[in-house]
Design a protein around this ligand. Structure first.
Ligand code: GCW
Length: 654
């Protein structure tokens, strides 16, 4: 939303005639807050891009201003689909944005401003779009005290202390940013939920946010603590089969809907990492979810998370969610969605897609991604995540659909990376992940490259040399992080608790699956997690065609190798290089990749503002040092097990 002033031919094109935005009145929706938001945004954006004042016309003013180029908002055109679709067309007077509903007009306005911000000419713009998924949501892991679980961008942006009396302009800018990329749902609180958020005083605060965001097409949701009837309801149980419990939730839902008629629903983390759930009473996840779904009724949705694992099953954490949920297919109420993380463990730099995708045809399944970089270097390491999400979305599940297709009835959720930092996301480049998440939830077929280019042009500079270099740097960045942290399909080697920095040597934590050694299984002879039939057989959770892609270490994508196979250190790739040699080469490639990013960035000094350039350069310096730390510490630890010398041609530790 920077709307940086245009220059050269693009500016000349936009300023050929005076510009005006027109809302034709007399239509079905004369004065609607969403249409007003669209018109305001167009006025603001076009004025900034063109450097001229852009006027707003209503009704028939336009006929009298024949000299103006007019951008008209037609927001009740029944030929355009509902749900946010829009069409932008050239007209004799300028350009028309057509939609069947106000929200389509708002999305169309943002789309037009994006195209202009990228440097396209007004007279070349024409497009028709519709969101691919009904739900495009942010999940905030924000606590009522202002702290943010896994947040690296300052404290929470939600100021519960001042709400509902005061609403900061920040909340409007947040809604604009979200609407500009198509996000239409926000869960405001942590899935490790405080029951306090369901108390009347918080409902009043939430109502203020809901009212402020409604014009931007954003519905609010709450993470609901399953034990709330006990915690704040005065009952001694939260058993979903107890009629008093069901009645409590029904009353709570009625209370929320009285304040917020378009309340989206509840997100629930149950019987996971110590959270309460239906399992506490011997009930299934479906029993718990359906009870809440009944309380909401057709008014809203229960989004139930599939992120569960147990300390009592030491065999393979990667199989547990599948074992628990796959048998429940078809048992969830119509207004329940199952929210499944992209991979079967936990937001690692690389994981294969979660085997539940495609495997529950009679359940609406939604993809959960993590925008905040818990396992990817927090906010100082540069990692553009669109390539990672594309890898999952494009994966054929083997059940006849790609992941992107399998989630079509539901959509995508992203764990937000937004906080009170001046740059919103903890680093300038982390804004790109918020941006790319929203754009992919709108259209999962967009390429990571296009998203990187769009974002770079709008955020930094439209100059082609800059956009080409910086988008290429972004596209390689996640692979670089995977290389220096967890190459060849290794996972979960981060330090305990905070997950920052290497600690593959940790093996003494009370729960087996919290230990890095549980995941790498390295010893004197070899390394990797055997998930073949000879090992945990997690491969069996995938459809046969998908499993076949990873079954043979000699003929598979090596980026997943040690996720599925335990191999001797001297195992050789088909090209003759040993596993040990290749592993060390990957670490080296990761470190070299960061040095390369530093060079690319340094080469563009002076092309953008000095302050932001310096911020990024500083962070890359941190990343360079810490990539080396990851590489040296990891290799030293593997050597302490395998006693092998550094392979020829690889670098000594710094
Ligand atoms: O990624 C892990 C995090 C926890 C988080 C949990 C979850 C909100 O380490 O902090 O808790 O997953 O997704 O529930």
């Amino acid at each position: 939303l920077r709307y940086a002033p245009l220059e050269g031919p693009a500016l000349a094109d936009l300023t050929r005639r005076p510009l005006a935005v027109q809302i034709p009145v007399g239509g079905a929706i004369p004065d609607n807050p969403t249409i007003r938001a669209a018109a305001d945004e167009l006025q603001k954006g076009l004025s900034s891009l063109s450097g001229r004042q852009v006027s707003l016309m209503k009704g028939h003013d336009a006929e009298t201003r024949a000299d103006h180029a007019i951008i008209r908002l037609h927001c009740a055109r029944s030929e355009i689909a509902a749900g946010g679709a829009f069409s932008i067309r050239q007209s004799s007077r300028g350009l028309d944005i057509l939609a069947s509903e106000p929200i389509g007009c708002l999305y169309g306005s943002f789309s037009l401003l994006r195209a202009l911000s990228e440097g396209m000419r007004l007279s070349d713009i024409g497009r028709s779009e519709a969101p691919r998924y009904p739900l495009r949501m942010l999940n905030h892991w924000d606590n009522p005290d202002g702290s943010v679980e896994r947040g690296y961008a300052g404290s929470s942006i939600f100021d519960w202390w001042k709400l509902p009396d005061h609403l900061d302009q920040w909340m409007i800018d947040y809604a604009r940013a979200n609407a500009s990329i198509g996000i239409n749902g926000v869960v405001v609180n942590n899935v490790n939920a405080s029951a306090m958020m369901l108390e009347p005083r918080y409902i009043a605060r939430l109502k203020r946010l809901a009212d402020a965001w409604r014009p931007y097409g954003i519905r609010v949701y709450l993470s609901a603590r399953f034990s709330a009837p006990r915690d704040i309801g005065g009952l001694e149980t939260a058993d979903p089969f107890d009629p008093r419990v069901a009645a409590w939730w029904k009353d709570k839902a009625d209370e929320i809907y009285a304040a917020i008629p378009d309340f989206g629903g509840f997100l629930v983390k149950a019987n996971s990492e110590g959270q309460p759930g239906p399992g506490d009473y011997g009930r299934t996840h479906a029993d718990g979810a359906n009870m809440l779904a009944h309380a909401l009724g057709p008014r809203g949705t229960v989004i139930w998370r599939a992120f569960v694992y147990s300390e009592h099953d030491e065999a393979d954490r990667a199989r547990q969610a599948f074992a628990e949920f796959a048998p429940l297919d078809g048992q969830f109420a119509d207004n329940v969605i199952l929210q499944v993380k992209n991979g079967p463990i936990d937001f690692q730099p690389r994981e294969p897609f979660h085997p539940l995708f495609g495997a529950m045809p009679d359940t609406r399944v939604m993809l959960e991604t993590q925008i905040t970089k818990e396992y990817l270097g927090f906010s100082t390491h540069l990692a553009f995540l669109a390539p990672m999400w594309k890898e999952v979305l494009d994966a054929p599940t083997g059940h006849g659909k790609t992941v992107a297709e399998a989630i079509a009835p539901a959509g995508m959720a992203g764990v937000a990376n937004i906080g009170s930092d001046r740059n919103w996301s903890g680093s300038h480049f982390d804004q790109a992940n918020w941006y790319a998440f929203g754009r992919l939830a709108w259209d999962p077929s967009l390429s990571a490259e296009q998203l990187a280019r769009e974002w770079a042009a709008q955020t930094w500079s439209r100059e082609e040399g800059f956009v080409a270099d910086i988008s290429a740097m972004m596209l390689g960045s996640r692979e670089i992080v995977a290389d220096y942290m967890t190459p060849l399909g290794l996972a979960h080697l981060m330090a305990t608790g905070h997950h920052y920095g290497p600690a593959p040597w940790v093996c003494d934590l009370p729960r087996p699956e919290w230990n890095p050694c549980y995941y790498h299984r390295a010893d004197r002879q070899g390394i990797g997690f055997d998930r073949t039939p000879g090992g945990s057989n997690a491969l069996a959770d995938y459809a046969p065609i998908a499993a076949a892609r990873w079954a043979d270490p000699d003929r598979m994508d090596s980026r997943y190798l040690l996720w599925f196979h335990h191999l001797p250190w001297d195992w050789t790739f088909p090209d003759g290089t040993s596993l040990w040699q290749t592993l060390v080469q990957r670490y080296d490639a990761g470190v070299a990749g960061v040095a390369q990013m530093q060079q690319v960035w340094a080469g563009h000094e002076g092309e953008i503002d000095a302050r932001r350039h310096a911020d990024v350069a500083d962070f890359l310096k941190i990343q360079r040092r810490e990539a080396q730390w990851w590489r040296d510490a990891s290799i030293a630890y593997w050597q302490s097990l395998n006693s092998l010398p550094l392979p020829d041609g690889t670098r000594p530790p710094a």
